[in-house]
Design a binder for this molecule. Structure first.
Ligand code: ZN
Length: 117
């Protein structure tokens, strides 16, 4: 049950499904960030007219973990980039961003430890 406390459930309006979706956010996702709101990328499936679509969703989250804005793009096969490419690019950027964020947290901790000496 410990995991539950670290997550917070938020809702956002999706103009493509025309409904409200829920999303679980990690409570420490703001840690080490200096710029708000920050983009958080998720993919979500939508069944519309019996057709399964994958929607690339960018949530802009502020420092109170409020979703300020949701940007949703339909991944179509006739897009400039293929669905697989878009997912791969977004994932890479997202992971890179996450690595940098972890670095900032680690360095901040190290600096704080040095200051205490
Ligand atoms: Zn949706």
């Amino acid at each position: 049950m410990a995991k539950k406390d670290t997550e917070i459930v938020k809702h956002y309006r999706c103009p493509i499904c025309n409904s409200t979706h829920r999303v679980k956010l990690s409570k420490d996702m703001c840690k080490g960030r200096t710029k708000f709101p920050f983009p958080y990328v998720i993919l979500h499936d939508s069944i519309h007219d019996n057709e399964l679509k994958e929607l690339l969703t960018i949530l802009y989250i502020d420092k109170n973990l409020q979703i300020r804005h949701a940007e949703i793009q339909e991944l179509k096969d006739d897009n400039l980039f293929s669905k697989t490419q878009v997912v791969a690019m977004t994932k890479t950027l997202f992971e890179e961003n996450e690595r940098l964020r972890q670095d900032v947290i680690r360095l901040t901790d190290a600096i704080n430890k040095l200051k205490q000496k």
